[in-house]
Design a protein around this ligand. Structure first.
Ligand code: SF4
Ligand SMILES: [Zn+2]
Ligand SMILES: [Zn+2]
Length: 162
């Protein structure tokens, strides 16, 4: 049997179509449409190339479901994009969550949600810390503001004058 993508189920005979053309294999069971590849220095897990599968468990939109935990369930997670939320007959949605085991070993519902998920975002735990923002010297800004030097005048007042 040939390769099958563990996330979308594509095969050699039925490849995903991406902007770059048909998908290719990045691992024997993972296609390029279902993976994000980071080169050394672009991630925080050492000096290797890192392949992140576009799975819920690697996604920044997965959050612990505190409400389920407060009801006594353990390891329940929610997709903040609402992809697990069941849709009611009137079109409204009910917040839905999945147990961790369902997230890391996809059952049918999770696999369906993951498949080519347009909302997938790599979880920040894989990424290097964002560069620190340059500290703004608020006192200095205040001084400039009061003196009117180098700062825009109050835009509302200006409009009134115009
Ligand atoms: S369904 Fe999509 S957006 Fe939601 S956690 Fe899974 S991959 Fe992320
Ligand atoms: Zn795939
Ligand atoms: Zn594919």
């Amino acid at each position: 049997m040939g390769n099958v993508c563990k996330i979308c189920g594509c095969t050699d005979d039925n490849a995903c179509m991406t902007d770059e053309g048909p998908c290719s294999w990045v691992m024997s069971d993972l296609c390029s449409a279902c993976a994000v590849i980071f080169h050394p220095g672009e991630h925080n897990l050492g000096k290797c190339e890192l392949i992140i599968p576009k799975e819920c468990r690697c996604c920044a939109n997965l959050e612990e479901d505190k409400k389920a935990e407060s009801l006594g369930y353990k390891n329940y997670w929610r997709c903040t994009e609402g992809r697990y939320d069941p849709v009611m007959p009137d079109g409204s949605t009910v917040p839905g969550s999945f147990a961790w085991s369902g997230v890391s070993r996809p059952n049918k519902a999770v696999a369906r949600a993951q498949k080519h998920c347009p909302f997938f975002r790599v979880h920040p735990r894989y990424l290097p810390p964002a560069p620190k923002q340059t500290q703004v010297d608020t006192k200095e800004v205040e001084k400039l503001w009061k003196s009117g030097e180098g700062m825009m005048k109050d835009p509302i007042k200006r409009q009134e004058v115009d």
